[in-house]
Design a protein around this ligand. Sequence first.
Ligand code: SAM
Length: 198
Amino acid sequence: MFDHFRLIAPLYDRFFPPPDPERLLENLALPVAGRLLDIGGGTGRVTGRLAPHADQVVLVDETAAMLHQAQAKELCCPAVAQAERLPFASGSFERVLAVDALHHFAHQRQALREMARVLRPGGRLVVEEPDLRRLPVKLVALGEKLMLMRSRFLYPHEIGRELAALGLHTRVTTDDRFVAWIIAEKSGRQGQEETDER
Ligand SMILES: C[S@@+](CC[C@H](N)C(=O)[O-])C[C@H]1O[C@@H](n2cnc3c(N)ncnc32)[C@H](O)[C@@H]1O
């Protein structure tokens, strides 16, 4: 299948400048003593912003061309790996993150399962996604379909429900724009779901 990210990798950071990390730092409850895993982290656009706030930030992505850009930033140990089959022991990360990536994963349920697996008990997982309840996001989703990208957007509560079913305590928060964050904590208790709209 045609890989759009291989094509746009050299230009990616020019089109998508690094975000203001404040909201992510809050949602991830950073800083943290321990390791953070950024899945589908691409060029390290976000990872680079988070690196000072954890002992180690590990970046994985399935597209080598995207990781090549990350290497130029001298980020720690970028590795080619698929979200659906993470090459890490269970419970090995204090924090797990996927920004604007879940809708690109071919097998989203399996990827969420893997994210929960590598999260340490007591740790926190954050999925940042465009908020499909907003019309502009629906149009982007349509545009990606027309460009034959294999993306599939889920509603925030659907992602939350999947993570809750994996036993994580899950909540959804949004901003005034087009982003939703699904924040999930692994406590060992049965999952619950709640919504905290902002
Ligand atoms: C829109 S980019 C986001 C990159 C980065 N998270 C950011 O916000 O700058 C989506 C990334 O997901 C990666 N990706 C898509 N499917 C993947 C999979 N199954 N496993 C790992 N990475 C994947 C793509 O290669 C691409 O780098």
